[in-house]
Design a binder for this molecule. Structure first.
Ligand SMILES: [Zn+2]
Length: 290
């Protein structure tokens, strides 16, 4: 069984270190290059595990990266160059949502849009086809009208990303510019979100970017053949979805599935799936942390 695991924000270093150590007992950690070679050069992988982190918030640098370095575990961080350059946007729109009173913001979305929005969870269905520019505009209007002070930058900046890239253990991959639900965007916008994020990072780091992760990431929902075809014409070699299963040769290299692991409520089931007989151990750790 070969697996890619996806993390987001991790605030608890001890928890993350224990998870890494336990995963290391069950799997052999591999790099993104190994997974690339698995798909393109018939490299054999057995019980392989690639660690990936989406969005690149500051905990990627302050919590996750030091643990990976300490144990010499490779990985990939998927980031937006627009966000890291603080280029007109300091934070992802879903981070701004967390900074607002969600009930009030939801009412504002309902008042100002006839799309029948039911909630503001990070889930494509709840936004009913709303393009990302409209989501961002609504949030900005709401913040302005309610005098909500700006959220300080939550994500890694250019310097953090350059340092990680230079050290080489963890690779940098692209994650679009503004984190849209790509399937809601026009052909042109979907293309620019993908290509610009790859090219901007290439310019920043001085080498081609070979890895990409789709925002939200469910195949045929959040992205589709259109996005795969866009990526195939770039220097990107492998791309990751959030389809919850092992990866195998049967996958399209531009739609490699991943297991999401979040510190919080869903941990128990996911860790059980991932860790098998190590599960009781980790359950104790999680329970102790409350
Ligand atoms: Zn993301």
């Amino acid at each position: 069984m070969n697996r890619v695991i996806m993390f987001h924000t991790i605030r608890d270093k001890d928890w993350f270190e224990r998870v890494v150590l336990l995963l290391g007992k069950k799997y052999k950690f591999v790099s993104a290059d190994d997974v690339e070679d698995y798909y393109y050069k018939s490299k054999n992988l057995k019980n392989a595990c690639l660690l990936t982190v989406d969005d690149g918030d500051l905990t990627s640098f302050e919590v996750i990266y030091p643990v990976l370095k300490k144990h010499n575990v490779p990985g990939v961080f998927f980031v937006s160059p627009k966000i890291s350059r603080r280029d007109g946007m300091l934070n992802f729109w879903f981070q701004e949502i967390e900074n607002c009173d969600k009930d009030k913001l939801l009412s504002y979305f309902k008042e100002t849009s006839n799309r029948g929005i039911r909630s503001l969870s990070l889930n494509r269905a709840t936004f009913n086809d709303m393009p990302v520019d409209e989501i961002i505009e609504r949030i900005e209007e709401y913040k302005f009208k309610n005098n909500i002070s700006p959220l300080p930058p939550q994500n890694m900046n250019e310097e953090h990303i350059k340092l990680i890239d230079a050290e080489g253990l963890v690779k940098i991959g692209a994650h679009t510019m503004t984190h849209p639900f790509l399937s809601y965007e026009t052909d042109e916008r979907s293309k620019s979100e993908i290509k610009d994020s790859l090219l901007d990072l290439e310019n920043m780091l001085g080498h081609p970017i070979k890895y990409f992760a789709y925002p939200n990431g469910l195949p045929n929902e959040d992205f589709g053949q259109r996005e795969i075809d866009i990526l195939k014409k770039t220097k990107c070699r492998i791309a990751f979805s959030t389809q919850y299963k092992n990866f195998s040769k049967r996958d399209n290299p531009y739609s490699i599935p991943r297991f999401g692991v979040t510190y919080g409520n869903e941990n128990f089931i996911m860790m059980k799936l991932l860790l098998g007989k190590y599960y009781p151990k980790i359950k104790k750790i999680i329970t102790a942390l409350g």
